[in-house]
Design a binder for this molecule. Structure first.
Ligand code: IPM
Ligand code: MG
Length: 360
């Protein structure tokens, strides 16, 4: 049956990078028998401008019908001054919540061709392949009560960090299942020395580990995890953590690989419907200049093929093509090293399409 992909270009560099992933998708349909149809819709600031809301009903309805959603990026200074509910980020948080996308997979893989693009010494990051599994629909991002009010004439702002046992269980299971297909090691990151919510998190993850005899579980406080990520990142295989800790640690992990422009992500719900997006943002400073790196979006498309369409072989073909263009020494400005040839967004996308058909 024909699978449906909803494409949400979003803001800033979003439309440029998504266009390159669409070229790859088009080539997979034309030359490799992929049976998909695509539709486009608005999200983020682009939607706020056109419809007065960052997640229009129409977009959400299309997303619900789709097997997978491919998203560019949302946000930009133009919308920063708007009220919170009109901000582009609201649209992203709302679509995650509405589709129940609790499981956010953020792999940080160092391509050997980019070893010296990392801020860390090559030997510290060579061969790096870690996966951050971030809980995405709970925690402090969504906890109630939240707000800003005035008590005795003093303004205060507050949020609530809350996790229920079932929420911890499902994200932990996802991490354990995935670790079983990798090196079998899970590091659960929390702040159990201070927070009750982390105490419950830790107990729950420990209890579940009993169901996974093949997995080694370790616990780490978040401050130490941040330090260990830059000190000795290769000690990690799968890192599982809550929404806000995962937000912070995944940016940190991204930078180990040299450029956040290389990192894809998948956000999955319980029926393997998924939303796929690059980890980087909308980069308004370089939007429209044709120099954004489309590889994180193209690699997000590979994750989409693997996790939501069951097309693991095609996913590997796309990932292989990305490896080949790096072997050819092509690089957008964010990853270009001495000796590499600088290319723009569209040339990079074209090179990946050309490499798709090459053997090996
Ligand atoms: C991310 C982003 C988002 C988040 C923002 C844009 C709401 O930083 O996907 O990591 O905090 O989740
Ligand atoms: Mg983030």
């Amino acid at each position: 049956m024909t699978k449906k992909i909803l494409i949400l270009p979003g803001d800033g560099i979003g439309p440029e990078i998504v266009a390159e992933a669409e070229k790859v998708l088009q080539a997979l349909r034309a030359d490799f028998g992929l049976d998909v149809e695509t539709e486009q819709a608005l999200i983020g600031g682009a939607a706020t401008d056109a419809e007065g809301t960052s997640l229009p009903e129409q977009t959400l309805a299309l997303a619900r019908q789709a097997d997978a959603v491919l998203l560019g990026a949302v946000g930009g200074p133009r919308w920063d001054a708007l009220e919170r509910h009109l901000r582009p980020e609201r649209g992203l948080l709302a679509i995650r919540a509405e589709l129940g996308l609790f499981g956010n997979l953020r792999p940080a893989i160092l391509y050997p061709q980019l070893a010296d693009a990392s801020a860390l010494k090559p030997e510290v990051v060579a061969g790096l392949d870690i996966l951050i599994v971030r809980e995405l629909t709970g925690g402090i991002y969504f906890g109630e009560p939240r707000g800003i009010d005035t008590v005795d004439g003093v303004r205060r702002g507050y949020n609530t960090l809350v996790y229920s046992e079932p929420e911890v269980e499902r994200i932990a299971r996802l991490a354990f299942d995935i670790a079983g297909k990798r090196q079998g090691r899970v590091t659960s990151v929390d702040k159990a020395n201070v927070l009750e919510v982390s105490e419950l998190w830790r107990e729950t993850v420990t209890r579940l580990a009993g169901d996974y005899p093949g997995i080694t579980l370790e616990h780490m406080y978040v401050d130490n995890a941040a330090m260990q990520l830059v000190r000795a990142p290769k000690q990690f295989d799968v890192v599982v953590t809550g929404n806000m800790f995962g937000d912070i640690l995944s940016d940190c992990a991204a930078m180990l690989t040299g450029s956040i422009g290389m990192l894809p992500s998948a956000s999955l719900n319980e029926s393997s419907q998924g939303l796929y997006e690059p980890v980087h943002g909308s980069a308004p400073d370089i939007a429209g200049q044709g120099k954004a790196n489309p590889l994180a979006t193209i690699l997000s498309l590979a994750m989409l093929l693997r996790y939501s369409l069951g097309e693991g072989v095609l996913a590997e073909r796309v990932e292989g093509a990305v490896g080949k263009v790096l072997d050819q020494g092509l690089g957008t400005p964010d990853i270009r090293r001495p000796g590499m040839r600088e290319v723009g967004t569209t040339a990079m996308g074209d090179a990946v399409v050309a490499a798709l058909g090459e053997a090996g």
